[in-house]
Structure formats: structure tokens, C-alpha cells
Design a protein around this ligand. Structure first.
Ligand SMILES: [Fe+2]
Length: 303
């Protein structure tokens, strides 16, 4: 009798597991959502400024639905587009990224790269995503210079270890960015320096939200820091949240809008940090659970 009950229980658990895995792989991974936040960083009486933050597309040429969804975001009428890397997941994906960004490329934009823009996916055990100590293994080289040329050719600013001042929504935006800290490509000291009070907005970009980079940017006066990389944990446990961020960031900050340094009040200076859970997954772990793929509209408002 006990044996039969055990079989039923075991079979039930396998069914629940298979259903959850099917949902994560077939439904939620493609269930894109647009999140909205208000970020109080502008001077008193300033008009709102809309930033569209995209990250971690991990695009392959066949992902047509994702390309159409991203292109349609032009309908949100952003003043500025910010892309925090990991666009590519295939050596032929640059035209697909250009197609996805399509109408957005006519708007002001800034970008940094992530490690997956440089090297293709390497097949491995999907559960290794949750291993903090896994070694970083590079796949085939990807055509990141073609991607850079495509974005810069459209007028976007390449912020891989660079600074720029640009116009967006009639405002002066001072932006700084580093190449991906996850693979030690960042060189913030080369571009460090206090922000200009003449600019209306001060943005800091990094693919991976490594605390040492966020600390340096906020110390220089950049008041809105934008990053991706974490995929929001990619598989979140209800009631617990993300299990990993795959970087030095606390897992409770794996996605969404937070203060930086953590716990600081806006009256203490410091910055806001927006971590995008991104729109894709690493091709070797094509699942999302309780962590829908996302883009975000950050509406900057007066402090
Ligand atoms: Fe990513």
C-alpha cells in the first residue's frame, strides 16, 4: 500500500516538475512585459524625461517575435534609449538586432556591451547557472565590431569605457559607461571624474552591476545607474526571489529600482540603480520562472 502511495507521489512530483519546466521554457520565456518606474533625479520644476532601458536580448536570427516586440517599443515615445549589453547569441544576429532596434535607432541612444556580445554561447549543464563559482568559458568570437558600427552609425553613443554629453528630450544628458566588468573589460579610472553641474541628467552604465563600479560612478555624482546581466535571477522562487545574480550584487537587488549605496536615503545624495531583468536567456538555459523577460520605461521626475 505504502509502495503504491509512493509511486503516486513520485509520479505527481514528476508531473508538476515537467509542467513547470514546460511553462518556463515555452510560455514565460516569451511572455515579454514592459515595466514602468518613476525616478526622482531631475531639478525641481523640470519636465519628465522618458528613458527606455533594454538589456540582455541574447538574440538569435530566428527570434522574430522578440524582434517585433522590441521594435514596437518605439510606440512608448521614449526620449532616450539605453542598452546595457548582451545583445547577441549567434554569429549572424547583428541584422536581427538592427531589425529589433529599428525605429529606436532614430532616437538618441547610448550603449555598453556585455560579455555575450563578444563570444557565443557554450553548451553546458543548465544548472550551472546557479553555480556562483563556475568558470567563465568563451565560445566562438561574435561580430561585435559590426554591432558597434551599426549602433554608432545610427548616432548612438558607444559608452564602453567612455563618457559623452548628448541631447535627449531637449535636456543635456551626461553619460558614462564601462565595458563589461564581468570579464574585466572595465576601465572606469580612465574616464572617472566629477559630473558637470551644467548637465540636467547624469547616467552611469555597466552591463554587470559590480558594486565597485557602482560605488565609483555614484561617488562621481552620477545619479541614475543602469545595468543588466542578472536576468533578475532568471528562475525566481516565489517568496524567496532570485537565488543568484552572478556578480557581487546582493540577490535582493537582482532586478528593479534600488538605492545605491544600498539603504541610502535620497537626502544623503547617492544614486538610484535600475537593474533590468532583460529580455532573453543564455541559449544554454532557455527558461524563465517567476521572472518575465522585460524592458523598462524609467520616467525621470523632479527630486
Ligand atoms: Fe545576459
Amino acid at each position: 500500500m505504502r509502495t503504491r502511495t509512493g509511486w503516486w507521489l513520485g509520479g505527481g512530483l514528476v508531473m508538476v516538475g515537467a509542467t513547470a519546466l514546460g511553462y518556463a521554457a515555452l510560455v514565460e520565456r516569451n511572455w515579454f512585459t514592459l515595466r514602468r518606474y518613476e525616478v526622482p533625479v531631475l531639478a525641481p520644476d523640470a519636465e519628465p524625461l522618458r528613458i527606455l532601458h533594454l538589456s540582455d536580448l541574447h538574440l538569435t536570427p530566428g527570434q522574430r517575435r522578440k524582434q517585433r516586440w522590441v521594435a514596437a517599443l518605439a510606440g512608448t515615445d521614449p526620449d532616450l534609449v539605453v542598452v546595457t549589453g548582451d545583445n547577441l547569441a549567434h554569429r549572424d544576429a547583428v541584422p536581427a538586432v538592427a531589425e529589433a532596434f529599428g525605429p529606436l535607432l532614430e532616437l538618441p541612444g547610448v550603449f555598453v556591451f556585455g560579455s555575450n556580445d563578444y563570444a557565443g554561447p557554450v553548451w553546458r549543464n543548465p544548472l550551472s547557472y546557479f553555480d556562483r563559482d563556475r568558470p567563465y568559458v568563451q565560445g566562438e568570437p561574435l561580430p561585435y565590431e559590426d554591432l558597434r558600427a551599426s549602433l554608432v552609425g545610427a548616432g548612438w553613443h558607444d559608452l564602453n569605457n567612455a563618457r559623452a554629453v548628448l541631447k535627449a528630450g531637449g535636456r543635456s544628458v551626461e553619460a558614462v559607461g564601462v565595458d563589461d566588468p564581468h570579464v574585466a573589460r572595465d576601465d572606469y579610472p580612465a574616464i572617472a571624474g566629477t559630473v558637470s553641474p551644467a548637465a540636467d541628467v547624469h547616467l552611469g552604465l555597466a552591463h554587470t552591476p559590480e558594486p565597485r563600479v557602482l560605488d565609483a560612478m555614484s561617488a562621481d555624482g552620477f545619479t541614475l545607474l543602469l545595468a543588466g546581466h542578472t536576468h533578475g535571477g532568471q528562475v525566481r522562487v516565489p517568496g524567496v526571489g532570485a537565488l543568484v545574480t552572478n556578480c557581487g550584487l546582493d540577490r535582493r537587488m537582482a532586478r528593479g529600482l534600488h538605492r545605491w549605496p544600498p539603504g541610502s536615503g535620497s537626502w544623503q545624495g547617492g544614486a538610484w540603480l535600475h537593474v533590468s531583468a532583460g529580455l532573453g536567456t543564455h541559449p544554454t538555459a532557455p527558461i524563465r520562472f517567476a521572472c518575465r523577460p522585460e524592458a523598462s520605461i524609467l520616467t525621470l521626475i523632479p527630486r
